[in-house]
Ligand binder design. Structure first.
Ligand code: SAH
Length: 264
């Protein structure tokens, strides 16, 4: 019997009908290459394995790794990695240039850095399905004009097509978390919907714009965007970050690049 560890963000799924709903929503096909992050005691792993997939598990808790090894003894197509997913080199799992599909009921305390870590391997990933706090799913999927729209929305939508799937109530887990959870589907763009010359400039701009989201762009972006650049962009400097679309942010960040580059 494993006692859930809070510091590893352990909330184990135990509601069979939710587990089935997750499995049917991810549309698993035999022989696909899946990676499950934080498999825990195998609530999602067992049904996934019955579908004939090749599966890599990445689990941090060594006790759970031992439990999983014992539970799924020498199953063909299964590899268990005792590792921290935040530091794991996911490209090491790729076989035959084939893209991987990712699934995880993620530890909530590290979900955002983990998603960004995974996005650095976007070219080897076909899609990702995560259980997150509903609040985080809402923020990722929010668009301009919404109070939830922010850095996480813009950056995630730059990298991926985002789709909220369904909510999962606290009672579906043991122990029950305090908040509502939700499943999200992220599909890394093969080609980004907007042209960005330098992603770190975009990130810097978006972070700065939303760190003072009540201020006008003229004030919040004073150090990054000049009046002339606002004029060229045709973006009104008296509006707030909340009103800019991803393509507006891209436009401004590309101008910012030009300003930083002495050759242009
Ligand atoms: N997927 C299981 C467990 C979810 S709990 C289920 O749905 O029941 C979250 C899991 O992530 C736990 O097993 C926890 O040990 C694991 N975990 C926490 N931090 C991790 C990290 N940095 N890397 C990999 N796994 C981690």
């Amino acid at each position: 019997m494993h006692i859930p560890r809070k510091r590893f963000g352990q909330n184990f799924l135990h509601d069979e009908s939710i587990i089935q709903t997750i499995l049917s929503s991810i549309q698993v096909k035999a022989n696909e290459h899946w990676v499950e992050i934080g498999p825990g005691q195998g609530a999602l792993t067992s049904p996934l394995l019955t579908m004939g997939v090749r599966l890599d598990l990445v689990e941090l808790d060594r006790d759970l790794v031992a439990l999983l090894k014992n539970k799924f003894k020498q199953l063909a197509g299964l590899r268990i990695h005792s590792a921290d997913a935040l530091k794991f080199d996911f490209s090491s799992l790729v076989e035959d240039n084939e893209k991987m599909r990712i699934l995880g009921n993620l530890p909530y305390n590290i979900s955002t850095p983990l998603m960004f870590h995974l996005l650095s391997y976007a070219s080897c990933i076909s899609d990702m399905h995560f259980m997150l706090q509903k609040e985080v799913v809402d923020r990722i999927c929010a668009g301009p004009g919404s109070k939830k729209y922010g850095r996480l929305s813009v950056m995630m939508q730059y990298y991926c097509a985002v789709e909220p799937l369904f909510d999962v109530p606290p009672e579906s887990f043991d122990p029950a978390p305090k908040v509502m959870s939700s499943i999200i589907k992220l599909v890394p763009h093969l080609q980004s919907p907007v042209q960005v010359k330098n992603v770190s400039s975009l990130n810097r701009l978006v972070t700065q714009a939303f760190s003072q989201r009540r201020k006008t762009l003229r004030n919040s972006l004073k150090k990054l965007i000049t009046e002339d650049e606002f004029t060229i962009s045709k973006i009104d400097p008296t509006i707030r970050a909340e009103e800019l679309s991803l393509s507006d942010f891209a436009k401004l960040s590309n101008l910012m690049q030009a300003g930083l580059d002495p050759v242009l």
